[in-house]
Design a binder for this molecule. Structure first.
Ligand code: IMP
Length: 194
């Protein structure tokens, strides 16, 4: 079965490829030559993931899955949420986004937050969603060099280090994306064996 993972991100692709049965021919947006800027205009993570998979299925006629992630901060009524990538502007700078978030939380006692990943899968004319969440707290300053995005300011529940300080293997195991991918892989394995 040929399946598109709607990403150009090589690390994300590699991570998922390793988890899927070899009978699935996984291809990326780069592999199918799709360089269109797919507009992420949805107001929810589900809507954005759906927009991406529908774009690929409609234009390329292929089964596809796509992920969309947001950081949801309790004291900010769920912001930046679906706007996490562009929180500090269209330049999509992780540094600017983290600086803005730390400033917004400067005088807040409640530092609770969660990462959420939604995966939409378009297969056999149906869309199915998978959801992964990791709860944690936002630090008062950046800590660690690993990872990407908001990793240096997010400490997952039960740990005392940020995602940017923890080994990648641990992050992948407990993360929002890791959990959503785990469900996707389990679903695909059942389909292949039935
Ligand atoms: P995307 O949907 O994967 O593009 O993620 C949206 C935004 O959320 C990104 O621009 C990142 O800033 C942030 N983000 C997504 N996943 C993670 C993560 O695992 N750690 C830190 N930030 C993340």
């Amino acid at each position: 079965m040929k399946l598109v993972f709607a990403t150009h991100n090589k690390n994300k692709f590699k991570e998922v490829r390793q988890l899927l049965p070899t009978s699935i021919q996984l291809v990326s947006l780069t592999d199918i030559g799709c360089y269109d800027e797919i507009p992420e205009t949805g107001k929810t993570l589900e809507a954005n993931a759906q927009i991406k998979v529908d774009f690929i299925t409609k234009n390329y006629g292929l089964a596809c899955f796509a992920d969309d992630t947001g950081l949801i901060v309790d004291a900010l009524n769920g912001e930046p949420g679906v706007y996490s990538a562009r929180y500090a502007g269209d330049q999509k700078s992780a540094e600017d986004n983290m600086n803005k978030l730390l400033l917004e939380l400067k005088h807040k006692n409640n530092r609770s937050a969660k990462f959420q990943t939604v995966i939409a899968l378009n297969l056999n004319h149906k869309t199915i969603f998978f959801n992964g969440i990791v709860k944690g707290v936002i630090t008062t300053e950046k800590q660690g060099e690993k990872g990407f995005g908001y990793d240096p300011i997010f400490i997952p529940l039960g740990y005392n280090k940020t995602f940017a300080e923890l080994p990648l293997a641990i992050k992948n195991k407990i993360s929002h994306r890791g959990k959503a991918i785990e469900q996707l892989v389990a679903h695909l394995k059942v389909l292949i064996n039935t």
